[in-house]
Design a protein around this ligand. Structure first.
Ligand SMILES: Cc1cc2nc3c(=O)[nH]c(=O)nc-3n(C[C@H](O)[C@H](O)[C@H](O)COP(=O)(O)OP(=O)(O)OC[C@H]3O[C@@H](n4cnc5c(N)ncnc54)[C@H](O)[C@@H]3O)c2cc1C
Length: 453
């Protein structure tokens, strides 16, 4: 039975912290949110400049859980929801320098040049491959064993770069893609499990998938949540937290706050230090092992007449095998209307990540040259950009590496030793925006849901 909590401090206005605050408030809990920056949202950041609307962080939210859909409805954001244009269902992968559409039907799977005849036959053997006894294997080991090397190189490698900005050789299957792991564990096969498990997934709250953003971009989501909160301290960098006589207090750059029954730290794990979390130096050393690879995002606008490719899709991903200097690009103005002037295309290009960290660190001018050369080759670009912006994420997305149990166990030990302290964010239970939303809602339920007010 959890202890009754009346007052909570949340450090960091990332989406996880905001959603937790929102739900706790619904339970009648008094919540103060402290954010270092001048606006809420953390990694979710939209910028509007004249007729251009660009995303520095996430571009889309994949709606597939009833819980998240109901949350958006309750926020009152349904009327502001923007569904991706139908063209966005087409996704390209680069093979031998050409953008090839990913197969979307059995017929196109049989004829796609992305995989050889032998590679396709190898996929059909998947249901007959036995389960592995290794409970913490890399994504690469899993995919190569079950689906073969070609699927690893030309499907999963670019997919992992697109989601985690990382490499399948680095990530743990069980932690980074628990659903794939479940299919093997529960059904002995991904292919068989995908068909056989569809009823179960519906029972677990799955709804029909919808790729969305909002009229004013992704940041409209955290801004709307924040507006519904009673107490938000922006420009407050929390420097330390303390516990005295069973109550917590927070010291920010602008003063001391408290007492609180509970503190939730929603800040990236690499930001934690002795003042911010009551952990031993050994524990902090372990937490520091979480690697967030650097990533550069180039936002570029071009006249439509300067781009040979129709850009009729979501975008393209580049497999590592292709030896190129970009990870991929989103066709942002195809994805959603009103992201660029009528006669222009907006592209969002990703560079670096765990694959080529040294490229992410380059300055804007060098990066522009690299990106322009790649786009010329891949989509027949000529002409100069009509819009350009560069965002550098020195530490982008946490990579759930093999051995991540050590990180999660350490977090649990710290929490157990310090009653009333919780660490929450994308370093735990999923990195996607919908995962963070679900985690925030569940955390609030866990902390206050069993208590009647
Ligand atoms: C480039 C990029 C593209 C992405 N694309 C997608 C996508 O398309 N779809 C998708 O679903 N997900 C995507 N993601 C992932 C997703 O956006 C993030 O995982 C998620 O938004 C992280 O939320 P969080 O709750 O962990 O908090 P964060 O966003 O990490 O926020 C933490 C907050 O804490 C604040 N803070 C830090 N220290 C302090 C302090 N001492 N005191 C007070 N405040 C502090 C920070 O300023 C920040 O606001 C992307 C991420 C990136 C970086």
């Amino acid at each position: 039975m959890s202890k009754k909590i009346n007052r909570v401090a949340i450090v960091g206005a990332g989406i996880t912290g905001l959603v937790t605050a929102w739900k706790l408030q619904k339970f009648g809990v008094e919540v103060d949110v402290f954010e270092r920056k001048a606006e809420p949202g953390g990694a979710i950041k939209t910028v509007k400049e004249d007729d251009w609307q660009v995303e520095y962080g996430p571009n889309t939210l994949l709606l597939k859980d009833r819980l998240v859909a109901e949350f958006i409805t309750e926020l009152g954001l349904n009327g502001e929801k923007k569904t991706a244009n139908p063209e966005a269902s087409k996704r390209f992968v680069v093979k031998n320098g050409v953008l090839e559409p990913l197969p979307s039907s059995l017929k196109s799977a049989a004829t796609t040049p992305l995989f050889s005849f032998g590679g396709k036959l190898r996929v059909l053997a998947e249901p007959f491959i036995p389960k592995s006894s290794d409970r913490d294997q890399t994504v690469a080991e899993f995919v190569e064993r079950r689906l073969g090397k070609e699927m690893l190189d030309y499907a999963i490698n670019p997919f992992v770069a697109g989601i985690y900005a990382n490499r399948p050789e680095y990530l743990s299957l069980r932690h980074a893609f628990p659903m794939m792991d479940d299919l093997e564990q529960e059904y002995g096969s991904m292919i068989w499990g995908t068909f056989a498990g569809s009823k179960k997934r519906k029972e677990r709250g799955r709804i029909e998938r919808e790729l969305i953003s909002f009229e004013k971009g992704m940041q409209q989501l955290p801004l709307t949540v924040a507006k519904q909160l009673n107490s938000m301290y922006l420009n407050h960098e929390v420097r330390s937290i303390k516990k005295q006589d069973g109550k917590w207090s927070v010291e920010s750059s602008l003063g001391k706050f408290g007492p609180y029954d509970q503190i939730i730290l929603n800040i990236p794990i690499y930001k934690l230090n002795n003042d911010l979390v009551p952990a031993t130096s050994e524990e902090l050393k372990i937490l520091n092992k979480v690697n967030y690879p650097p990533l550069s995002v180039m936002l570029l606008g071009f006249k439509k007449e300067d781009v040979k490719h129709e850009l009729d899709g979501f975008g393209f991903l580049v497999p590592e095998q292709e030896n190129r200097k970009i990870l991929g690009a989103l066709f942002s103005s195809t994805l959603f209307d009103d992201r660029a002037p009528q006669d222009m295309h907006l592209l969002t290009v990703f560079v670096g990540g765990g694959r080529q960290p040294e490229l992410a660190d380059k300055n804007s001018e060098e990066l522009l040259k690299i990106v322009m050369a790649e786009l010329e080759d891949l989509i027949g670009l000529k002409g100069e950009p009509q819009f350009k912006d560069h965002v550098y994420w020195p530490q982008s997305i946490p990579g759930y590496h093999v051995g991540y149990d050590e990180i999660l166990d350490t977090i649990k030990n710290i929490e157990e030793r310090n009653e009333g302290l919780t660490l929450a964010g994308n370093f735990r239970n999923g990195i996607s925006v919908p995962d963070c939303i679900k985690n925030g809602l569940r955390l609030a339920d866990q902390l206050a849901g069993s208590v009647s007010y």
